[in-house]
Write a protein that binds this ligand. Structure first.
Ligand code: PLP
Length: 667
């Protein structure tokens, strides 16, 4: 249940979490995600956060409560003290008198031997240096493990006896005496049945992919198949420590190598690192590689990063974090990069040009015709080309960024390659590069096998990043095969074009490629309709909830529009349900326009309607049925939103940072 998509169709206070999802995956999570990405003040480019993991930790506290957590902590400490006493009794020197769960033991000249002996006995200890070994206990530690560690140190003690005699090693002054976790939720769910029902209750408020389509453009919310997901719960994958000795992780390392090889093949690059934990982190890693490459060529001054104004907000933030200067390139009326402006900027910054970051297909959902020329002109000026690969769902099997001019790209395994996201990660943002940038990929000081010796250092804490979820993408690629992946892309593009064509008679579609086609997503332009009818984009997004849909991405990359990405996972019936709904909403807008419904009291302005809203007096100019069972919505299958509309602007000011327009990054 934890791996459900945690986007909610409305802002839903779930205890202390507030989850919003009406602004695209870039803004799925409210206060917990960071997007402080104003150029000079950039502190982070994190978009895909680690919220899912925070939810899991939160639920651990909900289940155990303060007493349970204290018991767990005491037990952990008890094991550490007994372990320490046994070691001391046999003459070893425990370095610290006060500790919680971790001991450092002084064993002059014998650390390697002891660590090797313990490994033979099935326990990995940490060799601090030639003379010191470090050992950590936790709530999963067993008596047999304690005995094995003693044996590795040549100690022999009696656990029962020590349990009676060993004193705590926690300084009295450091012990907490105030109450913790006082909220009732940490006291209510003590049985497995109660906990299960609590989780179920929260999940029922959620609008997840197991309920219907989540057409968030640029987010690629596709099926996370059970067969792909299952293996991450196996202890062989899930219980491996990120710093376990490599010889114990051969299976995992094989899986990582195979996945990197396949991603290299899919993208046309020469080398791939799966270390970055999000697309944004892949961008950061890729731009560091570009910087290192220029430096190695003596081009220290090449720090200008050109970014089209339609780019995702993380692009500019990553550039700033990599020490670059952002210069924004205009977008032409047809949604493509403004070639004249790009040429002018290339000319203006010829000697300082480090890199152009473009998204392909663009966030406007079109395949830019001139992409190869654009890449060529940047190369001629001595710059590198970063192709943001978050939209790879429109390319896999059809075109390779490493072949049409890109030097470096990140992918989002949590978009294109089936890892669940939307609740804010965890993500994997592999970075792929052509051979000349390969020496500058991420590496890791504690794990030489994790990257090139000449690399730029670690991008993530763990040598292979979010390795625990890689089996999902590995399984996807293996299950689909080359032909299957290509077919998925074709179906995704077809589905987007189907929606565009069905909606076109009712709403303007903002950008089409030269053949009148879109790529894998389409932008419905509500601005002219809003202007003449007063019905806002918010009204349409919220009304979709009454019909049982998650809103598409709102106002990105163009304010006042909806960006729809159906993916290959939605079948024709669901695509039609969505199109029928949008067309029905268009007819509702007409009723407002014609005055049949009042402009300030109609199902659109009042959407979404909760079950609670139906009680008591009904003093609206439309019926209860029109509110909650509009055409196509059956009473039996109705999705009931848990909360009504709340003040988004207030929420933005007080809880959520919304993306500033790209122009604000310009100098
Ligand atoms: C999602 C996305 C990103 C950022 O990826 P995260 O994994 O969320 O950091 C960058 N660029 C584009 C076009 C995206 O859609």
């Amino acid at each position: 249940g934890f791996f459900r998509h945690l986007c909610m169709a409305e802002e839903v206070p779930v205890q202390s979490f507030v989850v919003r999802s009406d602004m695209g995956c870039g803004s799925t999570i409210g206060p917990t995600r960071e997007q402080h990405i104003r150029r000079e003040k950039a502190t982070s480019n994190i978009c895909t956060a680690q919220v899912l993991l925070a939810v899991m930790a939160g639920m651990y506290a909900v289940y155990h409560g303060p007493d349970g957590l204290r018991t767990i902590a005491r037990r952990t400490h008890r094991y550490a003290t007994i372990l320490a006493e046994g070691l001391r009794a046999s003459g070893a020197e425990v370095v610290h008198g006060a500790f919680f769960d971790t001991l450092t033991v002084k064993v002059p000249g014998k650390a390697a031997e002891i660590v090797a002996d313990a490994r033979e006995r099935g326990v990995n200890l940490r060799r601090v240096d030639a003379d010191h070994v470090s050992i950590a206990c936790d709530e999963t530690t067993t008596r047999a493990q304690i005995a094995a560690v003693w044996a590795a140190f040549g100690a022999d003690a009696d656990i029962e006896a020590l349990d009676g005699s060993a004193a705590d090693a926690l300084p009295e002054a450091l012990l907490r005496s105030d109450d913790i976790l006082t909220h009732p939720v940490f006291h209510q769910h003590r049985s497995e049945t109660a906990m299960l029902r609590y989780l179920r209750k929260l999940a029922d408020r959620d609008y997840a992919l197991d309920r219907g389509m989540i057409p968030l453009g640029s987010c690629t919310m596709k099926l996370n198949a059970t067969a792909e997901m299952e293996s991450i719960t196996w202890p062989e994958f899930g219980a491996l420590h990120p710093f376990a000795p490599a010889e114990q992780a051969q299976g995992f390392l094989t899986l990582i190598r195979e996945l990197e090889e396949r991603l290299a093949e899919v993208t046309g690059y020469d080398a791939v690192s799966i270390q970055p934990n999000a697309g944004s982190q892949g961008e950061f890693a890729g731009l560091l590689a570009v910087r290192a490459y220029h430096r190695a060529n003596g081009d220290e001054q090449r720090t200008v990063c050109l970014i089209p104004s339609s780019a995702h907000g993380t692009n500019a933030a990553s550039a700033v974090m990599a020490g670059m200067k952002v210069v924004v390139v205009k977008t032409a009326d047809d949604g493509e990069v403004d070639i004249a402006d790009l040429r002018a900027k290339i000319e203006q910054y010829r000697d300082e040009l480090a890199v152009l970051m473009i998204t392909y297909p663009s966030t406007h959902g079109v395949f830019e015709e001139h992409v190869a020329d654009i890449c060529g002109e940047v190369h001629d000026a001595g710059g590198q080309v970063y192709v943001d690969g978050a939209n790879l769902n429109a390319l896999v099997g059809l075109a390779k960024p490493g072949k049409f001019g890109g030097d470096v790209s990140h992918l989002n395994l949590h978009k294109t390659f089936c890892i669940p996201h939307g609740g804010g990660g965890p993500g994997v943002g592999p970075v792929g590069v052509r051979a000349h940038l390969a020496p500058y990929l991420p590496n890791h000081p504690l794990q030489p096998a994790a990257g090139p010796e000449t690399g730029v250092g670690p991008i993530s804490a763990a040598p292979w990043g979010s390795a625990g979820i890689l089996p999902i993408s590995w399984a996807y690629v293996r299950l689909m095969g080359g032909e299957g992946l290509k077919r998925a892309t074709q179906v995704a593009v077809l589905a987007a074009n189907y929606i565009a064509k069905r909606l076109e008679p009712h709403f303007p579609i903002l950008y089409n490629g030269p053949a009148g086609l879109v790529a894998h997503e389409c932008i419905v332009d509500l601005r002219p309709i809003s202007k003449t009818t007063g019905v806002s984009i918010d009204d349409v997004a919220k009304r979709l909830i009454d019909y049982g849909f998650h809103s598409p991405t709102m106002s990105f990359p163009v304010a006042g529009t909806l960006m729809i990405e159906p993916t290959e996972s939605e079948d024709l019936a669901e695509l039609d349900r969505f199109c029928d709904t949008m067309i029905a909403i268009r007819a509702e807008i007409e009723k407002v326009a014609s005055g049949e419904w009042s402009a300030d009291d109609n199902p659109l302005t009042n959407a979404p309607h909760t079950a609670a809203a139906l009680g008591g007096d009904w003093d609206h100019g439309y019926s209860r049925e029109e509110a909650v069972f509009p055409s196509g919505v059956s009473a039996a299958d109705k999705y009931w939103p848990p909360v009504r509309r709340i003040d988004g602007a207030f929420g933005d000011r007080n809880l959520v940072c919304s993306c500033p327009p790209l122009e604000e990054y310009d100098n």
